[in-house]
Design a protein around this ligand. Structure first.
Ligand SMILES: Cc1cc2nc3c(=O)[nH]c(=O)nc-3n(C[C@H](O)[C@H](O)[C@H](O)COP(=O)(O)OP(=O)(O)OC[C@H]3O[C@@H](n4cnc5c(N)ncnc54)[C@H](O)[C@@H]3O)c2cc1C
Length: 547
């Protein structure tokens, strides 16, 4: 039994001091990848995550698809899937969880972290304070776990902020930006018109529905909006849409996305329950009779808040022109994807996406604070303009860059360096090589690895099979719009392509042979040759194209 007498002094909660080589704040995909990478090379890592599961926006609490340079094959960067640790995680997830159950993905991530003996994982533990060693260094991060009423004081020579809002970077005084730059500052034509389009991307909240096999009625909570049919975006809704298909249920870009986050979430709850009221009770969706709400998010997906300044700031031109820098350590390929600040209430399209012609590289100098000497940055808070962040913010790009942070921390420990020191021309090669050896390719960067035995190995095959082509499929495709087939070809060879077309109407068919303007891209932006063929109605023609 515990019996404590009255105390006129305030009591303090149990406090545990912790010591490590690296403290990672935030257990989204970025924090997880930074922590595992460093731990696998022997660093003692403390991973502090304020919520009960890992994964951040990819967790079962929020349920976003993790995307990266390939945009789920929605753009031309088809062969640009991120390698390294995030690939290992995704392959494991694919093996166990090809249906994409977010609860299973939580366990895949948790297992990966749990298996690392060098990681002290503290879930439900929110960092709320920092102590500085001097003007430019963080000494400790303090966090509280409400589940065990314990305060942790985490001490380390190196810190990584992967918290999405940049909690320790902010408290330590690191310079940051929030909101869109003007077009003039970085000569960015895609910078939004602030009054009309807005400054920040908003939050979104998802829901899932379930067919229970018999009709079910729905009474909305009194706070649900009553006019869902007037939402400009409601026309986007189709019965059966759930999860990420509801990304357009967005709000808050005109508010303070950090300090008004709870207000934004509440507004999104009003909208979600109002939409469901409209679906169930307006009479316009009779097929929804057996449907019930199975899950509604309680934590909104937050798209944008602070972006911290590194020694380099990624901008639109770096992405569009695919500029390469000596310290490239990662890459992106998602579109520069901006959203109107008015979100679900906006008259604009739900998003504006500008696709580059190929992947772009991200310099190491984006991954550490320019003012706080022992602070790495990972995730959506890295040093990028608002426009460039529109692309670099997707989770596989975040995770890939975070692996570079984890590797850089290892070199810092081995050589007694600080994050900035690794950006030197002498040191960066070591980091790039370490990343490459761990499966992380860096676009257009060829590295000489003298220890790579594969280069000198003799490879023999016990048998061979020559590729003679694919057989044509039986089903016909109606050419409602231009279609293309991408094929890898060798230089200085002659190729022949065959098409079989059947004209439903007399028409004129244009054929184009295209290539990419840059050899590392797959965007067919250069026309090498073109031909026109007149077809009569119902004429079937085999057409050969030699090149
Ligand atoms: C609605 C929406 C749709 C999107 N769609 C996609 C998409 O389809 N695909 C895609 O790849 N990206 C998408 N994005 C972008 C992407 O989700 C984010 O940019 C990305 O999650 C950023 O990664 P992060 O690791 O920086 O942050 P997060 O994933 O948010 O992770 C940060 C983690 O830090 C933790 N944390 C925060 N504060 C503290 C603290 N004080 N102490 C301890 N821990 C803390 C949080 O709990 C969280 O787990 C979308 C974003 C939103 C909001």
């Amino acid at each position: 039994m515990i019996l404590e007498a009255y105390s006129s002094q305030k009591r303090i909660t149990k406090t545990i001091p912790l010591q490590s080589d690296l403290v990672v704040v935030g257990g989204g995909l970025s924090g997880v990848c930074a922590a595992i990478t460093a731990a696998r090379s022997g660093l003692k890592v403390i991973l502090l995550q304020d919520r009960p599961v890992l994964g951040g926006n990819a967790s079962s609490e929020v349920r976003l698809w993790s995307l990266g340079a390939t945009s789920h094959m929605g753009n031309n960067n088809r062969w640009s899937r991120e390698g390294g640790l995030i690939n290992e995680i995704l392959l494991e997830n694919l093996k166990r969880n090809k249906e994409g159950n977010p609860l299973i993905f939580d366990t895949v991530l948790l297992e990966k972290v749990y298996e690392e003996e060098n990681i002290t994982l503290l879930l439900n533990t929110a960092v709320y304070d920092v102590e500085k060693g001097d003007d430019n260094r963080i000494k400790t991060a303090t966090a509280f776990c409400s589940q065990n009423s314990t305060t942790y004081v985490a001490n380390a020579p190196l810190f990584c902020d992967a918290s999405g809002d940049g909690i320790i970077a902010f408290m330590a005084g690191a310079s940051f930006r929030m909101g869109a730059e003007t077009k003039e500052e970085f000569d960015e034509g895609f910078a939004p018109n602030l009054e009309d389009y807005g400054n920040l991307l908003g939050h979104s909240l998802y829901f899932y529905t379930k067919d229970i096999g018999k009709p079910i009625t729905y009474t909305p909570p009194s706070f649900a909006i009553k006019n869902a049919e007037e939402l400009p975006r409601i026309k986007n809704f189709q019965l059966g849409d759930h999860g990420c298909k509801l990304w357009w249920v967005e709000h808050g870009g005109r508010l303070d996305t950090i300090h008004q986050s709870e207000d934004i979430k509440f507004e999104l709850w009003k909208v979600v329950y109002g939409i469901w009221d409209y679906v169930k009770n307006s009479g316009k969706y009779p097929e929804a009779a057996n449907l019930t709400l199975e899950w509604v998010g309680t934590i909104p997906g937050k798209r944008e808040s602070r972006r911290f300044e590194g020694d380099f700031m990624l901008t639109q031109k770096d992405i569009v022109e695919q500029r390469d820098y000596y310290d490239a350590v990662s890459f992106g390929g998602w579109a520069m994807d901006l959203h109107p600040a008015d979100g679900i209430y906006s008259k604009h399209n739900s998003c504006t996406q500008w696709h580059g012609k190929g992947v772009y590289s991200i310099p190491y100098r984006c991954y550490y604070s320019k003012n706080i000497d022992n602070l790495f940055l990972a995730g959506r808070i890295i040093s990028a303009s608002h426009v460039a962040f529109g692309s670099s913010r997707v989770m596989l790009t975040c995770a890939h860059g975070a692996q570079a942070v984890g590797e850089a921390a290892v070199i810092c420990k081995e050589e007694g360096l600080l994050p900035r020191d690794i950006a030197s021309k002498e040191k960066i090669g070591k980091l790039q090589l370490a990343l490459n050896r761990n499966g992380q390719s860096i676009p257009r960067l060829s590295l000489e690895d003298t220890d790579d035995l594969a280069i000198r190995a003799n490879i023999e095959a016990s048998s061979t099979l020559a590729f003679t082509g694919f057989a044509a499929a039986d089903d016909w495709q109606v050419l409602k719009f231009g279609l293309a087939q991408m094929v890898p070809l060798k230089a200085n060879e002659t190729y022949s392509f065959e098409f079989e077309v059947d004209a439903l109407e007399a028409t004129n068919l244009e054929l184009q042979l295209k290539s990419s303007s840059a050899c590392s891209n797959f965007t067919p932006d250069v026309i090498i040759d073109k031909k026109e063929i007149d077809l009569k109605k119902r004429e079937t023609k085999n057409h050969f194209y030699n090149y």
